[in-house]
Design a binder for this molecule. Structure first.
Ligand SMILES: Cc1cc2nc3c(=O)[nH]c(=O)nc-3n(C[C@H](O)[C@H](O)[C@H](O)COP(=O)(O)O)c2cc1C
Length: 389
């Protein structure tokens, strides 16, 4: 049980289904900020301090020191697409001092979740617990079980579930209204590939979803191109020309609203440069968020498939194990930005579990930093970064 082994109740409870998390969450310290009486693992004092420090719209409010794609923010740090399922989660995040909250990726239609469980603890074999993308270990099998321990690495096998727009649009709007001064709600969206769809219809589905998000009043939007959507482990971001076509359709829909593209780890420098040129280089994209998870075969202690069901022998791994890959992508993007003379933003994601990781990502060239797995087990992470800066 995650809480028993780590002493922290994550705000997304990995021992419950996605549906129960959507309905009853958040848990732990995030729930406390909403007035729940959750058992948290974070002290009452920490929650009180977070609430006292939470921004309000008072008259004497100082202008936030930093910005995120032109929007003033206090600290360009937050939680990326995924664990913040709805307005209650994003409000909990804001109140705990995460000034950027990405609303979990939405679609143009309701979409089911992969069967439970979705999150297992993952234990790469190397002494430092690092998982290298494309390594033999990723293909041969990495141990995954229920022994959650820090530094934390987990599987993330959800299949990008979504509510119907009739549900998520009003909820997203409420989520935006709950952002305090110096805070920003960033919606994430993606296209949905269904049987019989033509390539043109797939492009159009992205634009439709972008329009639905735009209607909520989004100031900045993120498009996910890094979850499997065209068959086993094929990612949209492995097809840069298609991403470029989609970005053009989306940009025609959203106009001046900055568009961030979420990328998986791309090992080849040439592929990354091509992606940057056909998106940011064409003025279609204003930033990149990276990385998503690293794909690996997950096995139990007996070597059998760890997650139940067809097509789930591999899963995305996130958390501490992927930090070097996230940093590597940020450094390479920052290098390209300079060499090509382009002006795009970089959101560093992957394995941020301690305040030092935030500063390391900034030093590598990230304009903003986000933590999913780390924040789930460290709900006071934003406050600790604010104390350290
Ligand atoms: C529970 C969970 C759900 C996620 N769902 C999404 C998602 O819907 N869309 C997306 O772009 N990324 C999703 N991600 C990936 C994260 O945004 C992030 O890229 C990845 O977890 C690496 O960051 P981390 O090491 O801090 O966890 C999810 C991650 C987690 C932990």
């Amino acid at each position: 049980m995650s809480e028993e082994t780590t002493g922290i109740m994550p705000f997304y409870d990995v021992d419950r289904t996605y549906e129960d998390n959507y309905r009853f969450g958040p848990f732990g310290a995030f729930a406390e900020t909403l007035g729940g009486d959750a058992k948290t693992g974070v002290s009452d004092d920490q929650v009180k301090r977070a609430l006292a420090a939470a921004p309000s719209d008072g008259d004497n409010a100082a202008t936030p020191a930093e910005s995120f794609f032109g929007v003033p923010v206090d600290l360009p740090f937050g939680i990326p697409a995924g664990p913040l399922l709805n307005e209650r989660y994003t409000t909990g995040a804001f109140r705990m001092g995460f000034d950027l909250a990405v609303y979990k990726t939405v679609r143009s239609r309701a979409w089911g979740c992969n069967p439970f469980p979705n999150v297992l603890a993952v234990h790469p074999a190397s002494a430092d617990g690092i998982l290298t993308p494309g390594s033999a270990e990723c293909d041969e099998g990495v141990l995954a079980d229920h022994e959650f321990e820090t530094p934390i690495s987990i599987s993330n096998s959800f299949g990008v579930p979504s509510q119907d727009p009739d549900v998520w649009q009003p909820d997203m709007q409420r989520a935006m209204e709950r952002a305090g001064r110096g805070q920003l709600l960033v919606p994430s969206f993606q296209g949905s590939r269904v049987d019989g769809m033509t390539p043109e219809q797939y492009v159009a589905d992205h634009a439709t979803t972008a329009r639905l998000v735009l209607e909520t009043g989004a100031k900045v939007m993120e498009m996910n191109t890094s979850c499997p959507n065209e068959g086993h482990n094929r990612l949209l971001c492995h097809a840069p020309d298609q991403v470029s076509t989609i970005c053009e359709a989306v940009k025609n829909t959203i106009g001046d609203v900055p568009l961030i593209v979420k990328l998986a780890y791309l090992p080849s420098d040439d592929d990354l440069e091509y992606m940057v040129c056909v998106t940011a280089g064409r003025g279609l994209v204003q930033g990149f968020a990276t990385i998503n998870t690293i794909s690996a075969k997950l096995v139990d202690a007996k070597g059998a498939q760890a997650l139940p069901g067809a097509g789930r022998d591999r899963s995305g791994v996130c958390g501490a194990a992927i930090k070097p890959s996230g940093l590597d992508m940020v450094r390479r993007l920052a290098g390209l930005r300079e060499r090509l003379g382009l002006d795009f933003g970089i959101v560093g994601v992957g394995g941020v579990t301690e305040p030092a990781d935030y500063f390391e990502y900034r030093a590598a060239g990230a304009d903003a930093v986000m933590s999913a797995t780390g924040a789930m087990w460290n709900p006071d992470l934003a406050q600790r970064i604010k104390q350290a800066r």
